[in-house]
Design a protein around this ligand. Structure first.
Ligand code: HEM
Ligand SMILES: *[C@@H]1O[C@H](CO)[C@@H](O)[C@H](O)[C@H]1NC(C)=O
Ligand SMILES: *[C@@H]1O[C@H](CO)[C@@H](O)[C@H](O)[C@H]1NC(C)=O
Ligand SMILES: *[C@@H]1O[C@H](CO)[C@@H](O)[C@H](O)[C@H]1NC(C)=O
Length: 372
């Protein structure tokens, strides 16, 4: 079942490295990916600082489905052209949003393997980029990496402000969907002396808005796909809004600050990042609270009818995590196991370990389809 692989010259097993522009370029031409130590610069901070002004993206700059990465790029917290290394994404998400290293490591690490070039350590936060060539040996098909905007593997259905791939624009901000978010705030939001009546996004707003989005997709998208990993991503993203977009001073998320990030892709004036790192466990707990009042079982629409995924009673799942297993087994191409270039191989090993770490699961090997 594994496709035939081209043979590659195996370059020296020991990798001699030279440091070019802060990135370690190996003798085989790859760029070695490393997990940086946890930063100690994790307190509250006004964002942006003077060194990171908003500059609107140019026509060749990549932007995509993630409102946070788009905003970070517009402020130069990650490269403004929207093509970033693993380390740059970790540094930028910490500096701008105080995202914990292991949570950012999972997101950036999975995306680098699924949608980037893990040999050259380059990921587009938008679509295919001329700066990111096809991976060595075209082990994931002949096309260059799709970037995080490419549908499936990570970009998926039932987003909050992007439409399902099958029925609309799944990459760019959709005002009609955002208006539903604003309506939920009008209905369920908290009053606030500074920001006004019904101006604050709370847990109830998110619980009801998220469920409404699921019901809409289920009704409108005949092939809506909502398997374990997508449920996890999509509810974690709801938790990101509550925990990372809120003003770090008081933990409150105003309609204005929300709109600034989603619509204008810039930080609200006088906004502070959260006062402690947002960790994986904290996000997963918040996401569970968002899901709790309206639980959804993993499944997909078949001819417009929602069919539940068969129960998986494997030993692994009883002991570990269905989302982790879905991410790695179904959404990373199996050919990542058979990489031969030393730097590519080393980077895949590094990233697979980083992806497993926050779940606390024994490491699984990629088993997903190629070229999807
Ligand atoms: C660390 C690297 C990150 C990667 C690789 C990443 C990737 C993505 C991707 C692929 C999507 C689209 C998923 C979909 O189909 O809805 C997405 C959505 C989203 N991301 Fe990120 N993201 C990252 C960091 C962050 C951070 C730091 C935040 C918050 C501070 C964040 C907040 C969001 C939100 C709220 C959405 C949902 C947008 C919507 O549903 O309309 N992301 N991200
Ligand atoms: C978004 O940008 C527009 C144009 O600069 C501005 O008028 C508007 O107030 C901004 N919205 C928010 C919520 O900051
Ligand atoms: C954040 O909170 C501080 C202190 O309460 C306040 O001065 C500032 O205006 C708030 N910023 C936003 C974007 O709400
Ligand atoms: C590819 O990797 C898998 C998993 O490690 C292994 O079982 C398989 O034998 C390898 N195939 C080739 C052609 O090397």
């Amino acid at each position: 079942m594994f496709g035939t692989l081209k043979a590659f010259a195996f370059i020296a097993a020991t990798l001699s490295t030279s440091v070019v522009l802060g990135a370690a370029t190996a003798s085989d031409g790859g760029v070695i990916i490393t997990l940086p130590p946890r930063s100690t610069d994790v307190g509250i901070k006004k964002v942006p600082d003077a060194a990171h002004p908003f500059i609107a993206p140019g026509p060749n700059d990549q932007r995509g489905p993630c409102p946070a990465l788009n905003t970070l790029a517009n402020h130069g917290y990650i490269p403004r052209n929207g093509v970033a290394s693993f380390e740059e994404i970790l540094a930028g998400t910490r500096e701008g949003f105080n995202m914990d290293r292991d949570l950012a490591g999972f997101l950036a690490g999975f995306s680098m393997m699924a949608r980037g070039n893990a040999f050259l350590n380059k990921l587009s936060i938008g679509s295919v980029s001329p700066l990111i060539p096809v991976v060595p040996g075209a082990i994931d098909g002949p096309a260059p990496p799709g970037g995080i905007a490419k549908h499936d593997r990570f970009e998926g259905d039932v987003s909050m402000t992007r439409q399902d791939f099958n029925i609309g624009d799944d990459v760019h901000f959709q005002i009609s969907l955002f208006d539903e978010f604003l309506s939920a705030i009008e209905e369920f939001g908290d009053d606030n002396a500074l920001h006004g009546p019904k101006s604050i996004v709370n847990m109830k707003v998110m619980q009801e808005f998220k469920f409404q989005r699921f019901q809409e997709s289920q009704a409108a998208d005949k092939t809506v796909s909502f398997h374990s990993s997508r449920i996890a991503s999509s509810y974690n993203e709801a938790a990101f809004i509550l925990t990372f977009f809120a003003n770090g001073t008081d933990g409150l998320l105003s309609k204005q600050a929300l709109t600034s990030i989603f619509q204008n892709q810039t930080f609200a004036p006088n906004w502070f990042r959260r006062s402690s790192p947002g960790t994986f466990d904290f996000i997963v707990d918040t996401a569970a609270e968002v899901l709790a009042p309206h639980p959804i079982q993993p499944g997909a629409n078949v001819n417009g009818v929602y069919v539940l995924d068969p129960p998986d009673n494997s030993q692994f799942l009883r002991q570990c995590n269905a989302a982790y297993s879905d991410f790695v087994l179904n959404n990373l191409p199996h050919t990542l196991n058979n990489v031969t270039q030393p730097t590519f191989k080393k980077n895949i090993q590094t990233l697979l370990s980083i992806v497993a770490t926050p779940f606390g699961c024994p490491e699984l090997l990629p088993a997903g389809p190629v070229g999807q």
